[in-house]
Design a binder for this molecule. Structure first.
Ligand SMILES: [Zn+2]
Length: 354
């Protein structure tokens, strides 16, 4: 049966309750409701010498009760009438073969880590420290830990800055993210969170901020505090002026605000983007067009691959295939997006993997 799943509406009732403090970071990244859509190129077993990939956008989560199969790259949004009972998402319901399936109960992390092994992926895994540590313990060197400053599900609830400092100085965390201020209707330059970005600059920790995607076609219903206007990449300008050494990952590449994204990239060479989420949740022609604009705009070396991996273990393989199948990219550009750019941004030691 064709069905849909909306993270933003379902998770607050299930995942968030179960995970408590600092769990909302995952939920803010659920950018869409998902329906059955275009065909999926199913991943095959790959040889042991498959080139390495870095996925800069994965969430430390477990399986979600009630999650349903999904078709990526849904073709369009549908209109609705407020006089009717509206779904919390606006994605058109489509069929595809094969669908992406949720993991079996209790198997999600194991399945994703197996996929990372098979696909030779190292991933930045974001979440509350306890959840991320679980992934780190199980995934070892393939997991680069990330955490940030939202504290629970209430907008405005923050982790004490000294606690976050410990996470990055002694706790082994490497990236400050996912920062989901847009879901609270806040600009990244809002002074109420400046101390956290100041900390990242001081410690030379890269920051990863959700920017752009997230309406699910019905933000007015599912996430009333979400503001599309707070996903404008140019909202970083004041923050970056205050913190000129900050290294910034604009998650979801500020989609769909390409002109302002290019403007920010032109103005600040510490800014990188990831293509996570958008790569599988918008029409494929549009996805390719957006990435092509970034590359043809001259920023091929600042585009990083990311999945926004959640719920469906094969989502990572699917998302990698979108880059691998991109006719507008050269083989060198594909390698840069899938690996080299993130290795540079994260300052990884690549001597053993290149
Ligand atoms: Zn996000």
């Amino acid at each position: 049966m064709a069905s849909t799943f909306d993270c933003s509406s379902v998770l607050p009732k299930t995942f968030r309750k179960a995970h408590g403090a600092r769990a909302s970071l995952f939920a803010v990244c659920c950018i869409a409701a998902f329906t059955f859509g275009a065909g999926i190129s199913q991943a095959q077993n790959t040889p042991a010498d498959v080139p390495p990939v870095i996925d800069v956008h994965v969430h430390a989560m477990d399986d979600i009760p009630g999650a349903v199969p999904m078709c990526p790259n849904t073709a369009k949004f549908t209109a609705s009438d407020p006089k009717t009972k509206e779904a919390p998402f606006g994605w058109v319901q489509e069929e595809c073969t094969p669908k992406l399936y949720p993991a079996a109960k209790g198997e999600y992390m194991k399945d994703v880590l197996a996929e990372m092994e098979r696909l030779n992926v190292t991933a930045v895994v974001f979440g509350d420290p306890r959840s991320v540590q679980k992934w780190k313990d199980a995934g070892g060197k393939r997991v680069i830990p990330g955490t940030a400053f939202s504290n629970g599900i209430q907008p405005g609830a923050r982790v004490p800055v000294d606690e976050l400092r410990k996470d990055f100085t002694t706790g082994g965390f490497k990236v400050m993210g996912e920062i989901g201020l847009q879901y609270e209707g806040l600009s990244p330059s809002d002074m109420s969170v400046d101390q956290y970005f100041a900390l990242a600059e001081e410690l030379d920790i890269p920051v990863a901020v959700h920017m752009g995607t997230g309406g699910s076609g019905r933000a007015n219903i599912s996430v009333p505090t979400f503001r599309g206007s707070k996903g404008d990449p140019l909202l970083f300008e004041e923050l970056l002026a205050r913190h000129p050494k900050l290294r910034l990952q604009v998650m979801h590449a500020g989609y769909p605000m390409i002109d302002n994204m290019l403007t920010l990239l032109q103005a600040n060479s510490h800014v990188y983007v990831d293509v996570a989420g958008l790569i599988w949740s918008y029409p494929i022609k549009e996805v390719n067009h957006y990435i092509q604009r970034l590359v043809e705009g001259g920023f091929e070396d600042r585009v990083m691959f990311g999945t926004d991996q959640l719920i469906w273990p094969k989502l990572m393989a699917y998302s990698i295939s979108v880059i691998q199948n991109a006719e507008y990219l050269t083989p060198e550009e594909k390698r840069d997006i899938l690996y080299n750019n993130a290795a540079r941004f994260l300052r990884l030691d690549t001597s053993a993997t290149k």
